[in-house]
Design a protein around this ligand. Structure first.
Ligand SMILES: [Zn+2]
Length: 301
């Protein structure tokens, strides 16, 4: 993946709460600065969106812990910087994903409301309760923010054995923004609680993967703040890397390799590795969100 050197970034879509002290009451420094042990990233992580969305209910408080310090993020002004640093790359990816959906909503006379991505370390108070690194990235419907500890991307490689690569960050962020889209469209309402191979949870997660693929299809034609496409190139290797990651965060892979070793489809919440790959591919090949109707199919792949 390559960004256009002279594309312009919009840093207002990301808030940097890293090191701002998610200690919950304590001062910022000790907890905020230290990772809670290297092995943190739980398997639970990827399971989170639903758990959280269920206890979120309506008017949860959305008091974030600490103060954002956007000095570093605000340095990210151009695509050239996105090519050079992870912070700027993730700002640019958030920009691209949201620009795509803004345009897509407008085409169907709907209004897309931008969601801020919150960078945090360790733990962070959210509108959906306390988020931690171990949960992996998540979207909170109550405050409409995406939360991510960027160490997740390293964890994907070291713990889940993923190949990694910059475009994987696009896949993961686009998946989380897929949940925002579902929230805006009302899809996530009434999906039913519970887990299982054909549960509402699995269908919702697979649809978010499909939406990520749809964005990937449009990535090189989606403009940044100054009208120039943010991303100039998505390679076959990038897509391969995204599919590799999808295969590492499937319920069956996680249960087999990072859990009990037994695959129990009754507790699936995200779908199998093959299904996650299938729906990303469906979105990527069609470029059409309408192809992502995981709720009205008997064949989840
Ligand atoms: Zn999800």
């Amino acid at each position: 993946m390559q960004f256009n050197d002279d594309a312009e970034l919009d840093t207002s879509q990301v808030q940097d709460y890293r090191g701002s002290g998610g200690g919950g009451g304590g001062g910022g420094f000790p907890l905020g600065g230290l990772a809670l042990g290297g092995g943190g990233l739980g398997i639970v992580g990827l399971v989170l969106w639903l758990v959280i969305s269920h206890f979120a209910g309506g008017g949860g408080s959305n008091q974030l812990t600490g103060q954002p310090n956007n000095n570093q993020i605000n340095q990210c002004k151009t695509g050239a910087q996105a090519n050079a640093s992870q912070d700027c790359r993730d700002v640019a990816l958030v920009n691209s994903i949201q620009a795509y959906w803004q345009d897509q909503f407008a085409r169907s006379s709907k209004t897309y409301r931008k969601a801020t991505t919150i960078f945090f370390t360790s733990r962070q108070q959210t509108g959906c309760g306390t988020g931690t690194t171990g949960m992996g990235p998540f979207y909170c419907p109550a405050d409409q923010h995406v939360y991510i500890d960027l160490s997740f991307f390293k964890e994907l490689q070291t713990r889940f054995g993923a190949t990694g690569g910059p475009f994987v960050e696009g896949y993961v962020l686009a998946h989380e923004y897929g949940h925002h889209v579902q929230n805006l469209l009302g899809t996530s309402k009434n999906i039913g609680k519970g887990s299982g191979a054909t549960s509402g949870s699995v269908r919702l997660e697979l649809q978010a993967d499909c939406y990520a693929g749809v964005w990937a299809n449009h990535a090189t034609s989606t403009p940044g703040a100054n009208g120039k496409p943010l991303i100039s190139n998505v390679s076959q290797q990038d897509i391969t890397n995204a599919l590799d990651t999808a295969s590492r965060i499937g319920d069956d892979f996680i249960q087999k390799n990072l859990g009990s070793g037994q695959v129990n489809s009754g507790s699936f919440t995200h779908g199998t590795s093959a299904q996650r790959q299938h729906w990303f591919t469906t979105g990527y090949q069609s470029g059409n969100p309408a192809s992502c109707d995981t709720f009205n199919t008997d064949n989840l792949g």
